[in-house]
Design a protein around this ligand. Structure first.
Ligand SMILES: [Zn+2]
Length: 150
């Protein structure tokens, strides 16, 4: 099977999040046979829920769809480096591969900070591919936060 990136759809979810006044981050989960099983953007403000990050919402939706607490063989695309909470959720869900866009020096938990997947307590370690469409994801985040400043 040829590789197909789903980052464009993740970026579309991020764009939709921005229009809702949420931090523009989007995530997509793809099944082993290449079907998109869930797509989500941040909804922390809308749901008054600090855990409603795009990755967590996508994992919840995919697990509900499958009736399973785990997503073995599944890929996750997300526009921004996952934070420690999401990285831990990704590990718990047994996601096989993580493709992310922009790196997040402030809150990222994969390539910096606690480096969750490199920690000995991370019982499942996905393959990680970074920098996928990073420029577009980063530009969106910068524009969002620039517009917030008075
Ligand atoms: Zn997160």
């Amino acid at each position: 099977m040829t590789f197909k990136s789903h980052m464009a759809q993740a970026l579309a979810e991020a764009r939709k999040a921005a229009t809702r006044g949420e931090v523009p981050v989007g995530a997509v989960i793809v099944s082993p046979d290449g079907a998109v099983v869930a797509a989500a953007g941040n909804r922390t403000r809308e749901l008054s829920d600090p855990t409603a990050h795009a990755e967590v919402l996508a994992i919840r939706a995919a697990c509900a769809e499958l009736g399973s607490e785990r997503l073995p063989g599944h890929d996750l695309y997300v526009t921004l480096e996952p934070c420690p909470m999401c990285a831990s959720a990704i590990s718990q869900a047994r996601i096989a591969r993580v493709y992310y866009g922009a790196s997040d020096p402030k809150s990222g938990g994969v390539a910096q900070g606690p480096r969750v997947f490199s920690h000995p307590q991370s019982h499942h370690v996905p393959e990680v591919y970074d920098g996928i469409a990073a420029d577009e994801a980063e530009a969106m985040l910068k524009a969002f936060f620039a517009a917030k400043r008075p």
